[in-house]
Design a protein around this ligand. Structure first.
Ligand SMILES: O=C(O)c1ccccc1NCC(=O)[C@H](O)[C@H](O)COP(=O)(O)O
Length: 248
């Protein structure tokens, strides 16, 4: 059974890494060198923490308009890492990052997944040599979008990244109107104010609105107690997501 992917974000300490290793999400996010953000950690610290993750968890460096070299260092040094772009990074920035990191340019979404984020059919597999987009699970570049209206969803749909994350903001703990997900045309992760309390409802609504293109969830604020990541909430969130299979 293909499960929903889970990303837990905003890890800062060794204790957070121990908690995430116990909860075993698919991705663990580190907000890196974003001035004024309380969850921000230095690049070197993020790389060191990423190296302590269980090998089954992919580290994600979360950046806001960072120099390409900074993002590339994280991709190069954190094992099996992905970069999440959470600022105003454009297609030219993503192209520069791909070049710096030695990543190929995707032409169509069929290696490891079809346009719906599913395993390819036999025909699609035969054509896989023609394409180079990694599967969502192997995505190297994730781009986050703040979704307030249909224009925002169109921008997200056109992203040059491997995978998009549809969010209400950046670690705000606020949800957005999930009806805006209706018919969203490419695989995505859902973020913004999710946690053990509303996860079942969010998964139900996102799945109903976007079907199999809804690949997984990302959570941060609601997994904290008094501003610190709470291991029990992290575990509960991953377990709640794991109980639900991917939409068909
Ligand atoms: O979490 C932050 O403080 C942050 C700061 C700057 C850029 C991005 C940030 N977070 C990105 C994430 O991926 C969060 O997990 C996502 O926005 C959801 O956050 P939340 O609504 O708190 O669950």
């Amino acid at each position: 059974m293909e499960h929903l992917m889970v990303k837990l974000c905003g890890l800062r300490t060794e204790a957070d890494v121990a908690a995430v290793n116990a909860a075993l999400p698919d991705f663990a996010g580190f907000v890196i060198e974003v001035p004024g953000k309380r969850r921000s950690v230095a690049l070197e610290a993020a790389i060191a923490l990423a190296k302590r993750l269980d090998k089954r968890i992919r580290p994600v460096g979360v950046f806001v308009n960072a120099p390409v070299e900074t993002v590339n260092r994280f991709l190069a040094e954190a094992p099996n890492a992905a970069a999440q772009l959470h600022g105003e990074e454009d297609a030219a920035y993503i192209a520069s990052l791909r070049q710096a990191a030695g990543l190929t340019i995707p032409q169509s979404p069929t290696i490891g997944q079809n346009a719906d984020g599913e395993a390819p059919s036999a025909t699609e597999t035969n054509d896989a040599h023609k394409t180079s987009r990694p599967s969502a699970r192997n995505a190297r570049i994730i781009q986050a979008f703040r979704i307030r209206n249909g224009t925002d969803t169109l921008k997200a749909a056109a992203s040059a990244a491997d995978l998009v994350l549809l969010d209400s903001g950046a670690g705000t703990g606020q949800t957005f109107d999930w009806r805006l997900l209706t018919g969203f045309p490419r695989p995505f992760l859902l973020a913004g104010g999710l946690g053990p309390e509303n996860l079942a409802q969010a998964i139900e609504q996102a799945g109903a609105a976007a079907g199999k293109r809804f690949l997984g969830v990302d959570m941060s604020s609601n997994l904290e107690t008094n501003g610190t990541k709470d291991p029990a909430k992290m575990l509960a969130a991953v377990q709640a997501a794991r109980e639900r299979r991917r939409w068909r």
